[in-house]
Write a protein that binds this ligand. Structure first.
Ligand SMILES: *Cc1c(COP(=O)(O)O)cnc(C)c1O
Length: 216
């Protein structure tokens, strides 16, 4: 077993009521997920189709959030099983999710992933300049519900720079909310930067290693 219940208790005590938790369970076995399930957690995030598929025999009321880069040809393998795709980074992917959802009569909540930490290369995500066309085009897709934004902080120890990126995300979020009232979730903050993300207005943190490493 490698869940860190001390960290879990501390995190739960720290999270404001309006900030929800998505436990990122990638690379962690089903037994560990079940430990958190038994404590009442239902929202878990995975970033690979193959790994998610192997975990689908876990309880059916788990809300799986997909958080990794998703190729359009894999969409049909995940959308029947997930409650949300947080990592939508192109209109092509949004359209594919919409089409596959139509076939199974589902409306999928999706988040637009933005790449704001421009110093980190090879990161997926929309650019700020693409925001309005992406949101406008998604309006016409009736089997998706664009209801959130997902952002990653920069890989740096520079707290000021992390804060800058999260503040930029919050600003973009608030601007978009004026035109798109469905937009309610700002998913930002991971193990190393979630306290800053919360300060900057995150409404959902995605925490992995902090909850799975260290002592029992
Ligand atoms: C892995 C991952 C996380 C969690 O990261 P930790 O540092 O383990 O908390 C959050 N979001 C995304 C998109 C990830 O890939």
């Amino acid at each position: 077993m490698s869940v860190n219940l001390l960290h879990y208790k501390q995190l739960k005590a720290q999270l404001p009521k309006d900030v929800s938790l998505c436990i990122i369970s990638k690379h962690h076995p089903k037994e560990d997920i079940l430990r958190y399930y038994e404590l009442g957690e239902r929202r878990f995030g995975e970033n690979r189709v193959q790994e998610l598929t192997k975990k689908l025999d876990l309880p059916k009321d788990i809300e799986w959030h997909f958080i990794g880069h998703l190729q359009t040809n894999k969409v049909k393998h995940v959308i029947p099983y997930v409650s949300c795709v947080q990592s939508v980074d192109s209109i092509k992917l949004a359209k594919e999710i919409d089409q596959e959802c139509k076939k199974i009569n589902k409306v999928m909540p999706i988040y637009a992933q933005f790449h704001l930490a421009i110093e980190d290369e090879n990161k997926y995500g929309l650019k700020i300049e693409e925001a309005s066309s992406f949101f406008e085009e998604c309006k016409d897709l009736s089997n998706i519900n664009l209801c959130g934004m997902m952002v990653m902080g920069p890989h740096t120890d520079n707290q000021e720079r992390i804060k800058e990126v999260f503040n930029q995300a919050k600003q973009l979020f608030q601007t978009l909310q004026k035109d798109y009232p469905n937009l309610t979730t700002l998913s930002m903050g991971m193990s190393d930067d979630y306290p800053i993300a919360i300060q900057c207005g995150s409404t959902m943190v995605r925490i992995g290693s902090y909850l799975f490493e260290g002592d029992e």
